[in-house]
Design a protein around this ligand. Sequence first.
Ligand code: AMP
Ligand code: ZN
Length: 467
Amino acid sequence: MELFNTLGRKTERFKPIKEGTVTLYTCGPTVYNYAHIGNLRTMIFFDLVRRAFEFNGYRVKHIMNITDVDDKTIKGSAEMRVSLKEFTELYTGYFFEDLEKLNVEKAGKYTKATDNIEEMQKIILKLMKEGYAYEADDGIYYNVSKFKDYGKLSGMKINGKYSRISNDEYDKENAADFALWKYWDVNDGEVFWTGKLKKGRPGWHIECSAMSLKYLGKTIDVHCGAVDLIFPHHENEIAQSEAYTKQRFVNYWVHGEHLLVNGQKMSKSQHNFYTLRDLEQQGFNPLAFRLMILDSSYRNKLDFTFESLKRYEKTLKKIDISIKALNKIEKYEEKEDNLSRMNLKEKTESLLEEFKKAVNNDLDTHTSLSHFFAVLDLIDSRVNNGRVDRKEFETLRDAVAKMNDFLGVYVNYQIPQEIIDMTEKREALRKTRKFAEADGLRREIEEKGYSIIDLQDNFVLVKKYNE
Ligand code: AMP
Ligand code: ZN
């Protein structure tokens, strides 16, 4: 498998630290609002990296952090007048719903920054002891000039003069000492930790170092994020982790490009964003968005338009028709035509082979999709000719399922009838305004591992993500 490594900026053959296993860390969301579809493009990209390894038979140990303490989450919770925990749990819940709707596989573990404060303090203390960090009036800072490899990922050089950055909106143009631990001030309200350091809270960068080291070990195989994280976030993660362990932190740094709107990066601060709910309310299936992401390379910027999403919605309907034809397989007869079967088997196998090559060519999802569509065409042509043979369809079904293990463009789990019945009963109760009973049913449904997402005048039922 070949991957483009940001460290060194070249495509490299992947070699795991431990045969058959991949340790993967992906920088997760800051949970202060709904994710926008730019953030979700990145989550789909992580999912594809993970699935590509699994497609190649690796067991993937995948950790994703949830940033549940920073300037934005603290501000948001104060504005809503709820605790930081309540506030961030609300948006973490919505985030998981989005992932489920996009058919993103669950990480091995989601870990919250606030559950790992002790590890962060331990690292900070050692960095101070060894002279990589120093104390200032408002907190503890990492001295970037002390780390001799600073800049090896991003190419950012430390000039003679550089400043210090305390807030979470980091300078993307210049190297600066950055906060490892920020001392409490009134804006932080109830949010602080003590332990081995003075009353305060962690900086953003230390969170990821601590969680990666704790759950995956000193050196890991792959670390992913969107391109805006290369500097300073990932550069700083390297500086902290390698100064702490004296070992290489990550072997392959893999970064995904941004989603744009009219040529500009989609972002909350520019107010040019859509959430998945916006797309759903306009009648789009979230998987149409997934398909749109798959159709371009993770290394290219992608301009989002509703016009183009409409095309993918159409493609999704076509996929659905072919998959439905496959699902009727039990009803098809066997026709004795060995030559046709042999031809089809050969053709399918070669498409699967090409598909695999594309996946392993630095996740060429665009090409792999085209091979998937070629298999669907084989299905459709047989249905249209009225010449369906059960054996042939078994071959096609297996190929499509294998390809979908990577692509994830259709959902292959079935929601049990019992859950569907309960959901309908709940809807009926809500319509007659029996809210207490309806809520009771909702809880029962959740206990069974499913959740209901209420939309404007509709609802979606999904399998729940467990942390
Ligand atoms: P945040 O919730 O802001 O921490 O962002 C979560 C992830 O989404 C980070 O890896 C960001 O770099 C990424 N991200 C933010 N904006 C975009 C965008 N327009 N396109 C793709 N990824 C983005
Ligand atoms: Zn991170």
